[in-house]
Design a protein around this ligand. Sequence first.
Ligand SMILES: Nc1nc2c(c(=O)[nH]1)N[C@H]1C(S)=C(S)[C@@H](COP(=O)(O)O)O[C@H]1N2
Ligand SMILES: [Mo]
Length: 377
Amino acid sequence: MPGLRAPSDYSGEPPRHPCLRINSKEPFNAEPPRSLLISSYLTPADFFYKRNHGPVPIIDNIERYFISISALIEKPRQLWMKDIRILPKYNVAATLQCAGNRRTAMSKNKVVKGVGWGVSAIGNAVWSGAKLADVLELVGIPKLTSITQPGGKHVEFVSIDKCKEENGGPYKVSIPLDQATNPDADVLLAYEMNGEPLNRDHGYPLRVVVPGVIGARSVKWLDSINIIAEESQGFFMQKDYKMFPPSVNWENINWATRRPQMDFPVQVKISGYAVAGGGRGIETVDVSVDGGRTWLEASRFQKSGIPYVADDANSDKWAWVLFEITVDILHSTEIIAKAVDSAANVQPQQVEDIWNLRGILNTSWHRVHVQAGHSNM
Ligand SMILES: Nc1nc2c(c(=O)[nH]1)N[C@H]1C(S)=C(S)[C@@H](COP(=O)(O)O)O[C@H]1N2
Ligand SMILES: [Mo]
């Protein structure tokens, strides 16, 4: 594509912060130490987890960068950065989380396949850009288009990076058309992260951000958007990121039997974050210091000075909620944290109950062993 180039080797990778814990060098997959992660409500780009499936694309000439949008309209339309920048700019605080976050804890039970993420394949940022609903309207697709209409049902996002899962082809996934054309779903074509232009790892010059949904749907280095009749046939839609019951193994798996994962469920980390998919708020965070017999309610917050109320107009619906509680630990114990979202979804007690071969969506109670006098909450 003009302006943007996908290298086939890793000689042109961007610089990265030395604090990141590298899970895979090529492609680059890394997460920050957990203490840094929850030290601020907004995660600085340097510390934000990076999840790539191939070499990071290189900009040859930003002036020549455009995206093309096809189908439902007579011929593909080209949109330049200036066409996107001229649309109303929205700033949306949204937590992005890889479906494989906390995978390593699932492997302890029975081995799973995938990048060995700890607890920090998650981050919270203010993303700025145009709403996808406005962009689609610009090319003749009205707001709130229902998927029952003839023609398109899904909106596919295609990148330019070369992924081995796609046999060297680009990363691509799709979301339903009704979500894409709904302004309230806040799906963005973002060019800024925390007030700065996107950096190369996070999708410069333009990426999709689908709030409340697993990170895999937020395509970086956007090349084209296609309105298509069925969901994208790409690897990452059909052969990955699906939730299977524990009985499924690599011998008997039938990928076609499950829908692609979209929303992420409720989950919490003992040292301080709780997040629910689909834009749902966090109703309570409960902490136990006696192995789950009794529970204490933690205080929840997002921005300082504004009390957090689930699903309130002043709360960032797509963003994580930090929590805090001070407890006396008299002897060595296990601290447990679990959250409940505003639809009353509760985290499952044991990782065993939700084990799946891809090791995704580990939302089980987070348990941390502490020595008396060394609690760190
Ligand atoms: N083009 C492209 N987009 C992509 C990916 C990718 O490899 N290539 N990885 C996806 C996955 S699995 C996740 S979790 C998020 C990670 O975004 P980040 O690296 O900005 O944190 O990007 C998604 N978008
Ligand atoms: Mo991911």
